[in-house]
Design a protein around this ligand. Structure first.
Ligand code: A3P
Length: 326
């Protein structure tokens, strides 16, 4: 239990974070609950930045931790469900897995918000933790501990379209004015999206993956869609939970892929009608907002040719010389 002095220190720390955040440059809120603010080259909702600063000071990574890293709307929930199901496959079967009654974001804590920096809020048997933080802002202990990271990214056009829909649905749920597609597009293009600039986020992890390939697995949503079983086997081996030949003969990887598929998860009652962060003010949301189409290339239904070309050009320019293409 925390002592009185610890609580006082914690309150003082949070107050100093809030004060610092109030001095940062502000950006468009995307029709969401608070303005974005710019910190060390990236844009954040201040609630999450406060959590990030807290994690930077207090989170103690363990060498056995596995940190799932991503920009919003690039496949985080899917990666959470696949890794969670893989790691817990001997604890639960198809009829008892928590994924049947909890949405993926509720089985893997989110570092900037769930206060996972305090070990009491973590399920110690399950080493997974997720963050949207850019590589450059990860708590130092994550790098020093030598724990493993998995990063997922996605075609910027689909990421943008998914983000736009998420923001619009969020506004609808709060009865607030939604952001318009054109306005959101310009913000994303200029880098002013949550945890953006998107390309800088991707590049930070890409470069780190080249420097530390044994510590950072770099995934693309589209490749995961293309051959989920193959990538799941790679992910399992990388995490240190490889599928044995007996498990492979029993179709264990295939069954996990099926259970975590968009079709299956989005059809579960918990994901159709349940709520995430219930009781946490304007952060509470219907789970179904997190499941939209789950298809690469949906940008074609929303972006004009000119918009798509502009975004592609920006991607080429930003990733030029990196050896990465998206
Ligand atoms: P779309 O909006 O294009 O459908 P994140 O979890 O990082 O917020 O990413 C959200 C995107 O992943 C959304 O994309 C969502 O529909 C898709 N998604 C959610 N669950 C998925 C799953 N099990 N398989 C594939 N895609 C999934």
């Amino acid at each position: 239990m925390e002592s009185h002095i610890e609580i006082q220190n914690e309150d003082a720390l949070q107050k100093s974070f809030k004060e610092m955040i109030s001095t940062l440059p502000k950006g468009n809120c995307w029709g969401c609950f608070e303005d974005l603010c710019q910190y060390q080259g990236f844009w954040f909702f201040s609630t999450f930045l406060q959590g990030a600063l807290s994690a930077q000071q207090q989170f103690q990574a363990q060498p056995t931790d596995i940190i799932l890293c991503s920009s919003p709307r690039t496949g985080t929930a899917w990666l959470k469900s696949l890794t969670f199901a893989t790691i817990t496959r001997t604890l639960y079967d198809d009829s008892t897995t928590p994924l049947l009654s909890k949405m993926p974001h509720d089985v893997v804590p989110f570092m900037e918000f769930d206060h996972a920096q305090f070990s009491t809020n973590r399920h110690l048997g399950i080493p997974l933790l997720a963050t949207h933080l850019p590589y450059s802002l990860l708590p130092r202990s994550i790098i020093d501990s030598g724990c493993k990271l998995i990063y997922i990214c996605r075609d910027p056009k689909d990421t943008f379209v998914s983000l736009y829909h998420f923001a619009a649905r969020y506004s609808k749920s709060q009865n607030t004015q939604p952001i318009q597609l054109d306005e959101a597009f310009e913000l994303f293009y200029e880098g002013g999206s949550p945890y953006g600039p998107y390309w800088d986020h991707v590049l930070g992890y890409w470069k780190a993956s080249l420097e530390h390939p044994d510590k950072l697995m770099f995934l693309k949503y589209e490749e995961l869609v293309e051959d989920t079983v193959l990538y799941l086997k790679k992910i399992a081996a990388y995490m240190g939970y490889p599928f044995s030949s007996e498990e492979q003969q029993q179709w264990v990887p295939e069954n996990i892929v099926k259970m975590c598929s968009f079709e299956n998860l989005s059809g579960l009652e918990v994901n159709k009608t349940g709520r995430h962060r219930e009781g946490q003010g304007n952060l509470g949301l219907e789970n179904n907002i997190y499941f939209r189409k789950g298809k690469p290339g949906d940008w074609k239904n929303y972006l004009t040719t000119e918009m798509a070309q502009r975004l592609d050009q920006r991607t080429m320019q930003k990733l030029s010389g990196s050896g990465l293409s998206l």
